[in-house]
Design a protein around this ligand. Structure first.
Ligand code: TRP
Length: 459
């Protein structure tokens, strides 16, 4: 029953490159910028524990499912879902899953490139020595000053959008693949270096305690949902990015081992980033719950004090930008592939259209930090919120888990088990296949549904 299709967009040159590219997609702002501040806002250890459980029981099986669907369909997620639904004699409406993914992709890209723009701007700050003598207060002031200036942030948002477009326009082999080959290994090396610095701050133990000592009284309902949402965000799941990368995967490589490797590297990077950042936060009397500014405020203090800080600070923000870059290309690839397939557009035009739209939408996030925040009452407390929070929550806590749920249901219940076993390269009777099937049919869907009910307060 094996159906062998080929992708019109090309293929990764090896299994190793697929791993690098998918890891490049997974490892991004989510690991280095978002994970630490979310853990900080949600009290640390308990959040981290729930997040790790979500990765293992929900993220990994759904990631295998998403790669599998992509490789079997070998097209953009919308068309992949159309052909796979036809193969399975299922409703053609499954292709709506691809559309939801494209919409999520636009929303995510719109804020992602603004935040990546902050990182880009901080490269310049670092190299010009602005971090010298930073204290907690002066670092926070500098950060707030930067993000609240829409003219400046729009400039960097534009630059990052162009960088992303250039890579995607070049295509799978000479664009996406070349970028990840160089960028990923450098990033790993630099993180290890920062970890070394954090160990020497004298607050390493306190950092570990914060990250790994689970106190569930500190974890709210929203915190639990955020941990699940973040598991999807950090693994790039639920919107077709991993599906489209899977559609460029060589036919023979094992989906299970590649997926484990990707998830393990992604988790490792997030944990190392947390272990590097929290000691610096505590050593400088900063608030772990400081929110989106956490990394941009805490690390510059360290760079401003350490020997060689000019070099390391510059390198760090260069690499944060690189990590974001290799992720951003995967966020827009599903929509670009679709336009090329169905509208007969050239890759360059398609990329221009997609990046252009996301850029315009990104201006909302620019303004969200640049003065359009609004105050509202929530559970009796006054909160300031902005469009960024709405976009972030709508995608991370809602659309991605929903997309992931649909992927799990399709792979687990709609596709014939002979077909999924064939694509995974596992015998239907093997323990590994059976375990995956139980996870993808029952555990992962039930997990997502329970989390939704929990956040609604039903359970
Ligand atoms: N995983 C990336 C990060 O952690 C972001 C990302 C890339 C993403 N592609 C995605 C998030 C697809 C959701 C869906 O920064």
């Amino acid at each position: 029953m094996s159906k062998k299709r080929t992708s019109v967009h090309g293929q990764w040159s090896s299994r190793m490159i697929f791993i690098l590219a998918a890891t490049g997609s997974a490892v991004g702002l989510g690991n280095i910028w978002k994970f630490p501040y979310m853990a900080g806002e949600n009290g640390g250890g308990a959040f981290v524990l729930v997040y790790l459980v979500c990765i293992a029981l929900i993220g990994v099986p759904i990631m295998m499912a998403e790669v599998l669907l992509g490789r079997r369909g070998r097209q953009s997620p919308i068309n992949t879902m159309t052909v796979l639904a036809k193969d399975a004699d299922a409703s053609p409406n499954w292709h709506l899953l691809g559309w939801v993914g494209v919409v999520s992709g636009f929303l995510i890209m719109s804020f992602y490139s603004v935040i990546a723009g902050w990182a880009l701007a901080y490269v310049l700050e670092a190299v010009s020595g602005s971090f010298n003598g930073f204290t907690g207060k002066s670092s926070a002031d500098a950060f707030v000053g930067h993000i609240s200036n829409p003219g400046v942030t729009t400039f960097w948002h534009t630059l990052f959008s162009i960088m992303t477009a250039v890579v995607v326009a070049k295509g799978v082999r000479s664009g996406l693949e070349k970028a990840v080959r160089i960028l990923m290994p450098t990033l790993f090396a630099l993180l290890i270096l920062l970890l070394g610095y954090a160990i020497n701050t004298g607050y390493f133990g306190q950092g570990l305690e914060f990250l790994f000592n689970a106190d569930f009284s500190k974890l709210s309902r929203e915190g639990v949902l955020s941990a699940l949402g973040h598991a999807f965000f950090t693994l790039s799941l639920g919107m077709g990015a991993i599906m489209v990368y899977g559609s460029y995967m060589p036919g023979k490589s094992s989906i299970a081992t590649t997926t484990f490797t990707i998830a393990a590297m992604d988790t490792l990077v997030a944990l190392v980033a947390g272990m590097a950042i929290f000691p610096i936060v505590f050593a400088n009397g900063l608030e772990p719950g400081a929110g989106p500014g956490l990394v941009f405020i805490s690390l510059p203090i360290a760079f401003g004090q350490m020997p060689g800080g000019l070099l390391f600070g510059t390198l760090f923000f260069v690499l944060l930008t690189f990590a974001a870059w290799t992720s951003a290309i995967s966020i827009i690839e599903p929509a670009v592939a679709f336009l090329v397939e169905n509208r007969g557009m050239g890759r360059k035009t398609a990329t221009g259209v997609v990046v252009g739209l996301a850029w315009v939408l990104g201006l909302l996030t620019v303004m969200s930090f640049g003065g359009w925040g609004f105050e509202f009452e929530f559970a009796g407390a006054k909160k300031t919120d902005g469009i960024f929070d709405i976009l972030d929550i709508a995608t991370t806590n809602f659309l991605l888990p929903l997309g992931g749920l649909a992927i799990a249901l399709f792979a687990g219940w709609v596709m014939a088990s002979g077909d999924t076993a064939d694509e995974l390269g596992l015998g239907e009777q093997t323990g590994g296949y059976r375990l995956w099937r139980v996870l993808v049919r029952f555990v992962a869907p039930a997990g997502v549904i329970l989390f939704f009910l929990h956040s609604l307060g039903v359970w």
